[in-house]
Design a protein around this ligand. Structure first.
Ligand code: DQA
Length: 146
């Protein structure tokens, strides 16, 4: 029997407010509700979830799971644009990380066009609403790498 793949969804600052925060930008669905739908779509995947508003806690989580999970779907929120420490944490672990964004960051303010973490990630998915997480999960499950 093949073992279930273990994937962590890791959300950064302000993403605990999904559903209430700028709904015109991020939608009206809370993440808990979305996660339930996602888990139902992928019964053969062991999906874990963690959210923190604190950079160090996100780094600790990457260290904790980075050697024993099959991939991380990471929405680092605003830390995407600032955090060399997250870049280094992603590089430090063997598991693959996909950067995701709900909004299309390339259509927003110029400061969001810069990603400090992108060079350490396997790829980026941006702009598909909450479906960005599912698309990132698909990428990890298919293990696509060029
Ligand atoms: C975001 C985009 C970031 O620029 C922003 O700081 C967020 C959310 C997104 O999912 O679209 O907090 O990562």
């Amino acid at each position: 029997m093949t073992r279930k793949k273990k994937i962590l969804i890791l959300n950064g600052p302000n993403l605990n407010l999904l559903g209430r925060r700028e709904p015109e930008m991020y939608g009206t669905e809370g993440f808990g509700q979305y996660l339930e739908r996602l888990a139902n779509l992928y019964p053969d995947v062991c999906l874990d979830y963690y959210q923190s508003n604190h950079e160090g806690q996100l780094i600790d989580k990457i260290h904790e799971v980075g050697w024993d999970c099959d991939g991380i779907v990471l929405n680092a929120g605003a830390y995407t644009h600032t955090s060399i420490a997250l870049h280094d944490a992603i590089k430090a672990v063997p598991c693959r990380v996909v950067e995701v964004h709900i909004s299309n960051v390339m259509r927003r303010e110029p400061f969001r066009h810069v990603s400090m973490i992108a060079p350490a990630c396997a790829g980026i998915i941006t702009g598909f609403g909450l479906d960005s997480y599912r698309l990132a999960l698909e990428a990890l499950l298919h293990d696509a790498e060029v």
